[in-house]
Design a protein around this ligand. Structure first.
Ligand SMILES: Nc1ncnc2c1ncn2[C@@H]1O[C@H](COP(=O)(O)OP(=O)(O)O)[C@@H](O)[C@H]1O
Ligand SMILES: [Mg+2]
Length: 245
């Protein structure tokens, strides 16, 4: 469902010089799979996801999502994915329901379809209680749920979520984790990034360990543990980093 072909990104920074944010990455993610990109700050998670979401142009390589080529058919890619980024902005004066109506119209969804889909999302994300309250009155967690709702409103087959639980309380994180799991069970393909080890452990079918722009390995948690003969994912990650150094 998502296949990257040696996709890479180099930034040219006036002060820092060349930054290899993402070195050639080739991964293959199947339909219904939850793939977690695990890596510390600066590893290249956001850059990789932004390229797949057509926000950034790769320096080299490409990708195929839902059968469409990233470079050849960016419009089809945009329709195929829901992309949650750290700087998804919402309108403070609107309510979650109004925001979904607005974006639904942008996606050219008929009003009754927007309503049905919104209600379904509000239930899944436990938003019903505040669906008609203005964004300016919502908590961080409630706002993040609204951003996720907005991202997936058009019912795309692929969800790309950049650190969806960053900075959230446990209850909100749990709801989002359950939502991701249920979405995968209903056939969605999910690529998300996190730097929380436990979250990756709890949720992912496979984990890609990202370090300094490089995928050190991508496999199931059991296999990663077996390969490095360690129990804790943090120790496994360290073993990979030491080996790469
Ligand atoms: N627009 C940019 N210009 C220059 N450097 C960038 C830009 N975006 C990201 N970087 C650099 O690329 C590297 C990877 O960043 P990022 O993809 O944001 O990592 P992560 O999301 O894993 O924290 C970092 O060194 C970051 O400073
Ligand atoms: Mg990031």
């Amino acid at each position: 469902m998502i296949e990257t072909q040696a996709i890479s990104k180099t930034f040219h920074d006036p002060k820092r010089g060349e930054i290899h944010a993402v070195r050639p990455v080739s991964i293959d993610i199947g339909q219904g799979e939850i793939f977690g990109l695990l890596g510390p700050n600066g590893a290249g998670k956001t850059t990789l996801l932004r390229m797949l979401a057509t926000v950034l142009t790769p320096t080299s390589g490409s990708a195929t999502i839902n059968g469409f080529n990233l470079l050849g058919d960016p419009e089809a890619i945009k329709k195929s994915i829901g992309f949650l980024s750290g700087n998804t902005r919402l309108y403070n004066r609107l309510t979650p329901r109004e925001i979904l109506s607005y974006f639904g119209a942008l996606h050219e969804m008929p009003p009754d379809q927007i309503r049905t889909r919104s209600d379904g999302i509000f239930q899944m994300l436990e938003m019903t209680e505040f669906a008609d309250r203005r964004i300016e009155k919502l908590s961080t967690g409630q706002t993040q749920k609204t951003s996720i709702a907005r991202t997936i409103l058009h019912d795309p087959p692929v969800y790309i979520l950049d650190e969806p639980t960053l900075g959230l309380d446990i209850l909100t994180s749990r709801t989002i984790i359950r939502f991701i799991r249920e979405s995968a069970q209903s056939g969605k393909t999910i690529l998300f990034s996190t730097h929380y080890m436990e979250e990756a452990e709890m949720l992912c079918d496979r984990i890609g360990l990202l370090h300094e722009g490089q995928i050190l390995d991508a496999d199931t948690i059991e296999n990663l543990r077996l390969k490095k003969n360690r129990t804790h994912l943090a120790d496994v990650f360290m073993a990979y980093i030491e080996e790469a150094a």
